[in-house]
Design a protein around this ligand. Sequence first.
Ligand code: ADP
Length: 545
Amino acid sequence: MINFLFLNKILIVLVLTFGIYLAFWVYFANRRSKTNQLFALMMLLALFWITLCYLSGISTENLELSLLLGRLAYGIAILFFIPFYFFFIRFIGEKREFLFLKILIPSGSLIIFFLSVFTDFMAKEMVPATFVGVPIGVVPVLGRGSFIYFGFVFFVAVFVLFLLIKRYLKSLKIEKIKLQYFLFGILIFVIANLVFNVILAFWQRDARYYQIGNYSVIFLLGFTAYAIVKRELFDIKVVLTQILVGAIAILLLVNVIGSETLFEYIWKGALFGVFLIFGWLLIKSVLKEIKYREEIRKAYEVEKKAHKELKKLDEAKTQFMMATQHHLRTPLTSMRGYLDLILGGSYGKLRNKKIKEKLKRLEISSKRLAKVINELLDISQFQLGKEVVNLQPNIQIEPILKEIMEELIPEAEKKKIYLKLEKPGKKLPSIKADLEKLKVALTNIVDNGIKYTDKGGVTIKLKIENYKLKIVIEDTGMGIDKEELKALFIRTFERGEQAKKVYTTGRGIGLYIASQIIEAHNGKIWAESEGIGKGSVFYVELPVG
Ligand code: ADP
């Protein structure tokens, strides 16, 4: 059995040393801060209090002196609340001035202090105590004022907890960790007091560990000190693990010291040693896990931020493109309108052939420019996720293809290649489509076929397969590399290496637009090629009906 008085002696030395260290640590961390000064004062009062308690309880020789010390202890304990109140308000960053409490707590504390020290308000007398026949020092007999005393303590505690929890719920993460430390400190202090000073001392009439309740104030102050001084607070789990391991280690060590035989020394010492190793491993693993989690969280946050920035940038780019195109398109439309009127003879007959010819060129160029602007506008809208396609029922594909043929046959003829349309014998079903957009998509594909073919030509075939309309655009041109095939419809402004040589003014957006339009039609688009020089086949599949 561990000698109680011996344990008490060890504990008071440990608590005092640690407490003095904490007071200095916090005070010198920031000498000018009121919070730190108040903390140091609180610590000194607390240490003074537990020392007085200790001294008042050890000797049965001079009960008169014990009573004086005991009363002083009660007095100092209540004085503690004055710096505690002001410290607490600062610590949680409370902006309100509770005028009532600001007066009540200091004056109430002072009155109770005087009553406790100079009258039998708190301690009537000191009596020697025993536990199962063994003397354990002296304990106070409480006076009539003790209800007021404990009522006051209870009132301040409830108020503090109420404010603390309210503030906790409103705080940000870093603030929360700081408050968690404080909360845990209070919690340990309250639980220890309940166990040792209330349950054991009053209920079980075992006053041996009475002082331990007092000593637990070191947890409250220790946690708080840590939260004040450290900027980067550890997750509270690490600290709790350390404290638990530390507390068990101290108990085991005391156990070793209390051994009586050599054999006892050896096995208790071994137990202590094994525990130290496991305790160390436990702390290390908790630290590692927390570090790992922190790293994951940081990486995730960096990625999230980058993703957000990218998205913002992308949207800004698209918005910018749209605004620019709008400003380009409006004047262009009016230019084309006037050009139309001039060529149509609205302002008189054009007699000069050269001027007429140049104006015709101007018209062709402006048409091309309008096409580019429209394409860019479409891209921006697709990228913004806007509905660009307006599907209508009962659309026939053949007239669309015929129009495309009419527009592009002159191009093919210029290159001396053919452009053919192969229809199946039977009538084709109608589809749901946006006539204009579908035409743009198919024109882009057929146009490419002509652009990238020098010998042979381009054939358009129409088929019905699995209740789907399949448009096959086949050319005998330069073909597409396997690698390039993959990226064909995905990226904008991407062009094949070969293509750049053959057709220098391409922009690499035609197929992207085509694929977006076909997808908006709930269709599919893909390409096949045997390789460079072996021609290409483009497939467009659209649902029927
Ligand atoms: P552009 O033709 O303006 O470069 P596109 O988006 O229409 O842009 O085409 C992208 C790229 O796909 C072309 O640069 C070319 O490398 C390749 N390509 C498209 N169609 C064909 C085709 N019929 N034959 C060979 N290559 C093609």
